[in-house]
Design a protein around this ligand. Structure first.
Ligand SMILES: [Zn+2]
Length: 421
């Protein structure tokens, strides 16, 4: 129910850093990849998948990467899109220098002299990403096609793509027209792409392609950052950073007016909200919109991740008929640092899927690939046991929130289907 298909397709041409334990191993993987697939001097090398949540307090600097790659810009993108680092040429191309201001909602990490170290956080990642030359239309289409094919081969029948911008939408439309989509795709219009939202406000909800495989009926809003990188908006300060409550709302790229217009036009709105503050504010955003037109409440609006929810707010999910679109692998992997970030008491409302069920909230399951392993059985294992693959912790993390096998299978099947009707 929540994928980034172009990133899956990109694994076939970019360097995969999934599972690397430290900077040295990450660089070694890039070196090995480039030895096997030589790249001319000056061409960008993109690697992705190191754990920007787990490494939040020890982001690498550019030095070792610059030494290994003096002639090519290299981007090391984190697995969740909330952290990245690059070598000297990548920093130059991205304009990351001593005079560069921090971007809104993001941070350029600096040393004691104010010199950028080469690492960025939250929306700072866009500085690097925007410096990488865009793919040709043909390569972008091939990425989507390859990503969908990998999922079709694994037995999936449909995916929801969480955040499709103008270029991705054009690529999907081209594939749909040529009958080259191997799965049904619910393509959420990116809520950060104002021109695309405007275009679809005019076009209205549509099914496209010979076999109607492409369905455009929803908007993906981005309300706050991630918990690992301390970007998620909390009601009270982070347990491990005094005075800090995260970033959210307009300053994070949530365009209230434009997204409201899409909602009022009948589109389904799916908003990324992770912190308990982010969840509450998005619920209030929806409530205010429904007050203008109560019939719109039935359009199966979703909160993506619904990760940390204040105990008082589960009832609001129910009252507003909001779907919790959640990712079982998060509980297996994030539990390592969740209690550091928000403490024990708030963790009781984190990944609290049994609490959602008790409050009549429909669940839709996904993986947020490529952020997390998208193997279905891994997801089922996570939801049922609330343990990582090494069976930790004993009994499961906050075991009262475990789901049954049936509930978990429903999350990936009827639950996901319900969330993209
Ligand atoms: Zn996502």
């Amino acid at each position: 129910s929540h994928t980034h298909i172009e990133e899956l397709g990109a694994t076939l041409d970019d360097v995969n850093l999934k599972g690397v334990i430290d900077e040295a191993e990450a660089i070694a993987r890039v070196v090995a990849h480039v030895e096997a697939n030589p790249v001319p001097a000056g061409q960008w090398i993109v690697a992705r998948g190191w754990d920007d949540g787990l490494w939040a307090d020890r982001y690498p600097t550019h030095d070792a990467l610059t030494a290994a790659f003096p002639d090519n810009p290299v981007l090391m993108d984190g697995t969740n899109g909330f952290g990245a680092w690059g070598n000297r040429l990548a920093m130059n191309a991205a304009g990351i220098n001593i005079g560069a201001p921090d971007p809104t909602g993001g941070e350029i990490l600096r040393d004691a002299n104010g010199e950028p170290t080469g690492a960025v956080r939250n929306r700072g990642v866009a500085l690097f990403r925007n410096a990488v030359p865009p793919l040709s239309d043909e390569r972008l289409q091939r990425r989507l096609k390859n990503g969908l094919q990998l999922m079709a081969d694994a037995g999936y029948t449909g995916v929801h793509h969480a955040g499709v911008d103008t270029r991705l939408m054009a690529a999907y439309e081209a594939l749909a027209e040529r009958g080259e989509l191997s799965l049904r795709v619910s393509a959420m219009i990116s809520g950060r792409d104002k021109p695309l939202m405007k275009a679809w406000l005019t076009r209205g909800i549509q099914r496209l392609g010979d076999d109607n495989k492409l369905f455009v009926h929803s908007v993906k809003g981005f309300y706050d950052g991630s918990l690992g990188a301390r970007g998620a908006k909390l009601l009270e300060e982070y347990s491990d950073r005094e005075g800090h409550i995260g970033v959210s709302g307009e300053e994070y790229g949530f365009f209230t007016e434009e997204i409201s217009a899409m909602l009022q036009a009948g589109f389904q709105i799916n908003v990324h909200a992770i912190g308990d503050g982010g969840n509450r504010e998005v619920l209030h955003f929806l409530r205010d919109n429904f007050a203008r037109n109560p019939a719109l409440q039935k359009n199966r609006h979703r909160i993506e991740h619904a990760q940390v929810v204040h105990p008082d707010d589960f009832a609001l999910y129910d009252n507003l008929d909001v779907i919790a679109s959640v990712q079982p692998p998060f509980v297996a992997e994030d539990k390592v640092w969740t209690e550091d970030r928000i403490g024990h008491a708030r963790s009781a409302g984190a990944y609290a899927w049994r609490s959602f069920r008790r409050n009549n909230t429909p669940l839709a399951f996904g993986s947020d690939l490529m952020g997390y392993d998208w193997n279905l059985f891994y997801g089922l294992h996570s939801a049922i046991t609330r343990q990582s693959t090494d069976s930790q912790p004993p009994g499961g993390w906050f075991p009262e929130e475990k789901l049954t096998t049936e509930e978990s299978i429903r999350g990936y099947t009827s639950g996901a289907a319900y969330a993209a009707f």
